[in-house]
Write a protein that binds this ligand. Structure first.
Ligand code: SME
Length: 147
């Protein structure tokens, strides 16, 4: 099955799972679990915007850093730019925050609140180079709209 087809299935699964749920933490927790299980990522989770920094939210995978300042790392950059950031090789990204030495590539997708501001980011790490591309960016952008 193609990656796009897999994401279509995951999107439909998540639509059904999250239907009627209003608590954002509960929804983030199950989105992280479904994505992590479905694709075998190294780390899958959320950081929430709290004041001037990102704070670790629901995730699956190894322990991670808990606070990320605005504009720092891949997560803080995606927040500052208000756009999805795809990093094929984390060692080539200036300022990358290495929570795990096993992480080789990464994608970070902003999550928007009702007023359009960034309220969180979805961060996914892979232990292989070049895991993420436009297919992931598009599909994950649809998935975070369920939150
Ligand atoms: N690598 C991220 C930090 C979070 S961990 O990957 C879970 C970054 O540079 O923002």
């Amino acid at each position: 099955m193609s990656k796009a087809a897999s994401y279509d299935l995951v999107l439909r699964q998540l639509e059904a799972l999250l239907e009627g749920e209003t608590d954002p933490i509960a929804k983030m927790a199950n989105v992280a679990a479904v994505l992590h299980e479905s694709f075998g990522f190294w780390w899958t989770g959320f950081y929430r915007v709290i004041g001037e920094e990102l704070i670790l939210g629901p995730f699956q995978g190894p322990v991670a850093c808990m606070h990320i300042p605005f504009g720092r790392g891949v997560c803080g950059t995606a927040w500052k730019r208000n756009e999805t950031v795809v990093v094929p090789d984390v060692e080539a990204f200036p300022g990358h925050i290495a929570c795990s030495s096993a992480s080789r590539s990464e994608i970070v997708v902003p999550v928007h609140g009702a007023d359009g501001t960034v309220v969180a980011v979805l961060d996914i790490d892979s232990d292989r180079l070049g895991t993420f591309d436009e297919v992931d960016a598009k599909a994950l952008g649809q998935i975070v709209c369920l939150l």
